[in-house]
Ligand binder design. Structure first.
Ligand SMILES: O=C(O)C(=O)Cc1ccccc1
Length: 310
């Protein structure tokens, strides 16, 4: 297996900064790709061991290209997640003044994070989307646009200067990135893990979503993300991406997933991996009847009843 990680490039993306926080990158070749699908296809095609891509931000929610890629096509699995706090710099070619900026570019996920700042400081500029924030910086270097929102660290790489730094409409804006590889045995539980799945509903009926959610609720599994995505099969047809607290090796999570599997025509397991938040811990305390020990004790009791040994 090639020891390389593909990531959303070019060099100088927030994705690259987040990726370099993983200790194993010291021994991997990091290969910038032009898009999220290209990075994931490098894994599917066996050219890269894993791909590192943005998946969610705290301002606007899911990065739909990434979710849609994980929902469809050859199955992939999330191995790790990384959270990065994000503020933007407005990068320009040296000497450009704020009043001279007519066009600005960045990744589409950047726009909701700088909208208010733009309204107040660049009310009449034209926004164009770039493949990534660093790609936007590269396009400014080439003279295609006047300015780019990107990480301040991208300025030097593309011969630009930051006209303004620390731009963020929302305090504590964070982006979540995931390391994705081919399906494999998930890493052992750490005690603060997350499990990602995508579920498709059997049919359209009242309470259908509630039935899915109950599989988690009755087993005391806290949910961390619920996002509907169109299946592409007509208006009203959705699948749901769900992140749940816990590991597939935890009894309560395993049983919730089995409940989904019994109810739904398709369930795609996307992985169990350590949660990136500092001080992450499960919301549900032991003693609520949902720990592995309590599940095991209940199974023993059932077996004894079935055996007439109660
Ligand atoms: O990594 C980047 O630079 C990207 O283009 C993705 C992105 C977009 C918005 C915030 C963080 C990461």
């Amino acid at each position: 297996m090639p020891a390389s990680y593909a990531y959303l490039g070019p060099e100088g993306t927030f994705t690259e900064v987040a990726l370099r926080t993983l200790p194993e990158t010291a021994t991997r070749e990091l290969v910038p790709m032009v898009s999220v699908p290209a990075a994931l296809d490098a894994v599917r095609g066996g050219e890269a061991e894993a791909a590192f891509v943005p998946i969610e931000n705290s301002v606007e929610g899911g990065i739909t290209t990434t979710l849609d890629e994980l929902v469809a096509g050859e199955p992939l699995m999330i191995y790790r997640e990384v959270l990065l706090s994000i503020t933007f710099a407005l990068l320009v070619r040296p000497g450009t003044k704020l009043s001279e900026i007519k066009t600005v570019t960045a990744h589409p996920a950047a726009q909701p994070q700088v909208r208010i700042w733009m309204k107040n400081n660049l009310p009449d500029v034209i926004w164009e989307s770039a493949a990534s924030n660093a790609d936007g910086a590269r396009l400014v270097q080439e003279g295609r646009y006047d300015a780019a929102f990107a990480g301040e660290f991208a300025a030097q790489k593309y011969g630009l200067e930051p006209l303004e730094t620390g731009i963020h409409d929302a305090e504590n804006a964070q982006t979540r990135f995931v390391l994705v590889g081919k399906p494999a045995r998930p890493a052992a539980p750490t005690g603060a893990d997350k499990t990602s799945v995508v579920v498709w509903q059997r049919d359209d009926h009242p309470g259908a979503l509630l039935e899915l959610l109950q599989e988690f609720a009755v087993r005391g599994v806290n949910l961390m993300l619920l996002q509907s995505r169109p299946t592409g099969e007509g208006i009203g047809n959705y699948c749901f991406a769900i992140d749940a607290e816990g590991h597939i090796a935890d009894r309560r999570v395993g049983e919730a997933l089995m409940g989904l599997k019994r109810r739904c025509p398709q369930v795609r397991f996307l992985g169990s991996y350590p949660r990136a938040e500092v001080d992450a811990q499960d919301v549900r305390a032991p003693g609520a009847g949902t720990s592995d020990g309590e599940f095991a004790a209940a199974s023993d009791w059932l077996a004894r009843c079935q055996d007439g040994r109660f």
